[in-house]
Design a protein around this ligand. Structure first.
Ligand code: AMP
Length: 220
């Protein structure tokens, strides 16, 4: 019952909400963006290839991300559940995911779709800051660090992600509309989608998501 996908445009809060859901249910949070950024920072061959696409706000080729996901999902801890964040982002990836899960005798229970307007997304991403060292996420307006520009967790410097720069954000939103919105139709036709209002602060969105999931799990 806890094999979940979180879906929504860049900046809709997928990462933050998934971390909360993962904590509450004790399931792994699997983010393709985080896995890719780890490869980029370690400068692996894989990471160097992915970086070219990420810096332009384009999708990394399916072959690369599918391989990442297959490895991540094969881990035994995923049997009790998981929350996928940032994957699948194309219909082809959704089809590949189905094949991977079939092999593991698993299936997706729910797709949480966070709805947020473009205006709010652009505002959120331009004020998002991440720690260059540990990856902790802040927002200069809604969730500032105690000391400006310094991570509360590890003291590392806070930066604007390269792909959160306004010109790249525009590209990411266009890519989302073109490539990823059809993924939603794929899951709507399979009656898996839970539409959730993603506007407002983290606590409000978290409560909406958890209440909806609890309700669905009670009914099933
Ligand atoms: P995110 O942190 O999820 O916004 O992902 C950051 C970037 O990583 C995206 O803009 C893409 O370039 C790449 N990326 C993440 N997930 C995928 C995916 N499922 N397919 C292709 N590229 C991805």
């Amino acid at each position: 019952m806890k094999h979940l996908i979180i879906f929504g445009p860049p900046g809709s809060g997928k990462g933050t909400v998934s971390q909360e859901v993962a904590k509450v249910y004790g399931i792994p949070h699997i983010s393709t963006g985080d896995l890719l950024r780890e490869h980029v920072s370690k400068k692996t061959t894989f990471g160097l290839k992915a970086k070219e696409y990420m810096d332009r706000g384009e999708l990394v080729p399916n072959s690369l991300v599918n391989e990442l996901m297959e490895d991540a999902l094969a881990k035994s801890e995923c049997r009790k559940g998981f929350i996928l964040d940032g994957y699948p982002r194309t219909v082809e990836q959704a089809e590949e995911l189905e094949k991977i899960l079939n092999k593991l005798n698993l299936h997706i229970d729910w797709v949480i779709n966070l709805n947020v307007s473009d205006e709010e997304i652009i505002r959120r991403l331009s004020t998002r800051r991440v720690c260059k060292v540990c990856g902790a996420v802040y927002n200069t307006v809604t969730n500032p660090s105690k000391k400006e520009g310094v991570c509360d967790v590890c003291g590392g410097p806070l930066i604007l992600r390269d792909d959160d720069k306004p010109e790249v954000v525009k590209n990411r939103l266009q890519t989302y509309a073109k490539m990823s919105a059809p993924v939603l139709s794929y899951y709507i036709s399979r009656q898996k989608v839970l539409n959730i209002d993603g506007s407002g602060d983290v606590a409000t969105v978290r409560a909406r998501v958890l209440n909806t999931l609890e309700e669905k799990m009670r009914v099933k």
